[in-house]
Design a protein around this ligand. Structure first.
Ligand SMILES: Nc1ncnc2c1ncn2[C@@H]1O[C@H](COP(=O)(O)OP(=O)(O)O)[C@@H](O)[C@H]1O
Ligand SMILES: [Mg+2]
Length: 594
């Protein structure tokens, strides 16, 4: 019932069309009931009674009823199709918007394949109900009531006789539906697993090839494929078993009609025409009963699909935002972490983090993989909320910020670069699609991407292949840097932004980034000393805790973790006393070659 109510909210905008279409449908059902009666008359009056003058009238009537019936049928089936498409269009739109608003945590747990199947398979369940299930349900009900009334009106005993098989027919149809539903649900589950398998394999095809595991994957695929075959065959077997059974039971009614009806005709209780009309009506009654199973299946399908769709739409997937959220016109870019503790589920990822970065300060974060570096910067954009402590931007808790305003003021180069299947220019302008071409080019130049872009077949208009194929990791990273540069936000986050570029390019990019960082609060995550040594504060992270902090010189003097990394990276270059070397270095202002 709830599902119907929810569906109605989508039907409501097309209320008039919906009601008119239903009326046309009812009219079509009504017109369909005329023909058996006319045929009965034709047999009794014309063929048997010899009233030839009625022939033309009755045939014309039959033709008109058939033509009108067809036109009505065309009208309602077209209009239901149109309605169903419009309704599915708006549900799809709402679902997509909902998914766009969903938080990182939602996507951490969601399966892409499952979401895809809600957007496709479940919507198809709703569509097929609107276009098939609903009209069939209405017309079956009306036919059933109307025809039963007509039959009883014609002859009670004969009707009872013929319908004596119908309970059996209905029970068989319902039991068929029960079994079919289980089979269909198995098929749907198997298809979801199957789709997930295919999706994962196509995405990971490079790994498959690199490890020469094609044969193994084909074998695994064969197993899944086999399951799809088996599950479908269960349904197929049911269909082929129940089809003839239903046919048999339907024929029994006709046998009853012909034997008992024939006897009544011979006794003169009914006419032959009446018996033929009776036969016509009986079939229009048997048909909905035989389809009871399919009908219930469609109803079951729309209920379970609708449930899944509305469950998703009702789940609060977005980050909660306060109604009077902070929405300043100008953002300075002060960032502050106060006693921040953060967990994914039960795994503590960050513990008691304190960082103070007033506007314009450069903070570098170093640490092993999994230390929690990305997690720290994720909290600034409020991709997640910490369990303890707070993150402040311009002295306002990020939870009090308007999310869009906050994120528009942070430029991020993410650790994993993602490019859309679009032109390079559009990829660079992704966060700022009004950017004029010369700004796009300037950003690309600053990110050392201009030269290789110009070498591509269509320069900035080259379309990046699926998942950015056709570009090296370093090239993709440079496009991602250009994308972040174009936003021109007061806060800049570089999460391992130059990990995939060679040393020489990195050095060049760093010159550009240095210019860019001026006046911006910057968080740089990097592994190379060369990338972090100019930061105002360098934070060393170990298992979610800050274990060392200070600027380059202070950290070297500490002779701790940072000093070890430094020694390691400058092996060969390093002389006995590194501090001495550094002091000299600072004096003549030379830059350490990364
Ligand atoms: N989406 C996530 N769900 C659960 N755990 C995560 C998620 N992202 C990261 N982690 C875990 O949190 C820890 C810190 O990860 P991360 O901040 O990405 O580290 P880093 O960037 O320093 O390599 C790791 O142990 C990682 O396994
Ligand atoms: Mg990381």
């Amino acid at each position: 019932m709830d599902i119907i109510k929810r569906l109605w909210t989508y039907i409501r905008p097309f209320k008039v069309q919906f009601i008119l279409t239903t009326i046309v449908l009812l009219a079509a059902v009504g017109v369909g009931m005329i023909n058996p009666y006319l045929i009965g008359l034709l047999i009794d009056r014309v063929i048997k009674g010899g009233q030839l003058h009625l022939l033309r009238l009755l045939t014309t009537g039959l033709v008109i009823a058939s033509v009108v019936g067809s036109v009505l049928q065309y009208t309602h089936s077209y209009s239901f199709e149109d309605l169903s498409q419009k309704i599915v269009f708006s549900i799809r739109h709402d679902m997509y918007r909902h998914l766009q608003s969903a938080s990182f945590s939602f996507y951490d747990e969601a399966h892409t394949g499952e979401l895809m199947s809600r957007l496709t398979g479940d919507l198809e369940g709703v569509r097929s109900f609107m276009v098939g299930g609903f009209p069939t349900l209405i017309s079956s009900m009306v036919t059933f009531i109307g025809v039963t009334a007509i039959l009883f009106n014609m002859n009670t005993k004969l009707t009872l006789m013929c319908l004596s098989f119908s309970p059996l027919l209905a029970i068989t149809a319902i039991s068929f539906e029960r079994k079919m539903e289980r089979a269909h649900s198995d098929i749907r589950h198997q298809m979801a697993a199957f789709n997930r398998f295919i999706q994962e394999n196509i995405t990971g095809i490079r790994v498959v090839k690199a490890f020469a595991r094609e044969k193994y994957e084909v074998e695994r695929f064969r197993a899944e494929n086999d399951e799809v075959y088996k599950k479908n065959m269960v349904a197929g077997l049911l269909r082929s078993r129940f089809g003839p059974l239903l046919e048999l039971l339907s024929s029994m009614s006709v046998v009853a009609l012909i034997s008992y009806g024939g006897w009544l005709v011979m006794r003169g209780e009914i006419t032959v025409g009446m018996m033929v009309a009776f036969n016509g009506y009986l079939w229009s009654l048997i048909w909905p009963m035989r389809n009871l199973g399919t009908l219930l299946d469609m109803v079951g399908w729309v209920i379970s699909s609708g449930q899944r769709i509305f469950d998703l739409l009702d789940t609060d997937v977005a980050m909660p935002v306060k109604p009077d959220a902070y929405k300043p016109d100008k953002v300075r870019g002060d960032v502050r972490f106060e006693n921040v503790t953060f967990r994914y589920g039960n795994d503590v990822v960050l513990e008691d983090i304190n960082i103070d970065a007033p506007a314009g300060k450069k903070v570098a974060i170093m640490g092993a993989t999994g230390a929690g570096k990305t997690s720290i910067v994720n909290l600034i954009c409020r991709f997640y909320d910490p369990q303890k402590g707070r993150v402040l931007v311009d002295h306002v808790d990020v939870r009090d910020w308007d999310l869009k305003t906050l994120r528009r003021n942070v430029s991020v180069v993410m650790q994993e670069t993602f490019l859309f299947s679009d032109t390079i220019a559009n990829n660079i302008a992704y966060g700022n699609d009004n950017a004029p071409m010369d700004e796009i080019i300037a950003a690309a130049k600053a990110a050392c991407a201009h030269d290789f872009i110009m070498e591509m077949p269509e320069g900035y208009n080259t379309v990046v292949g699926e998942r950015g194929v056709g570009l090296s990791g370093g090239q993709k990273q440079r496009i991602a840097i250009a994308r972040a540069l174009l936003i021109n936000a007061p806060i800049l986050i570089l999460d391992d932004a130059t990990s995939n570029v060679d040393m020489e390019t990195e050095h060049e990019i760093q010159q550009a980034l240095k210019r860019l960082m001026t006046g911006r609060t910057t968080f740089i995550i990097a592994h190379r000393i060369s990338a972090v040594k100019d930061a105002d504060e360098i934070v060393i992270l170990e298992k979610g805790r800050i274990v060392e902090r200070g600027n380059h010189d202070q950290l070297l003097e500490m002779k701790g973790v940072y000093y070890d990394i430094f020694k390691d990276q400058y092996k060969g270059l390093v002389v006995e006393d590194i501090t001495q070397e550094l002091a000299r270095d600072k004096e003549d202002g030379a830059v350490w070659l990364g």
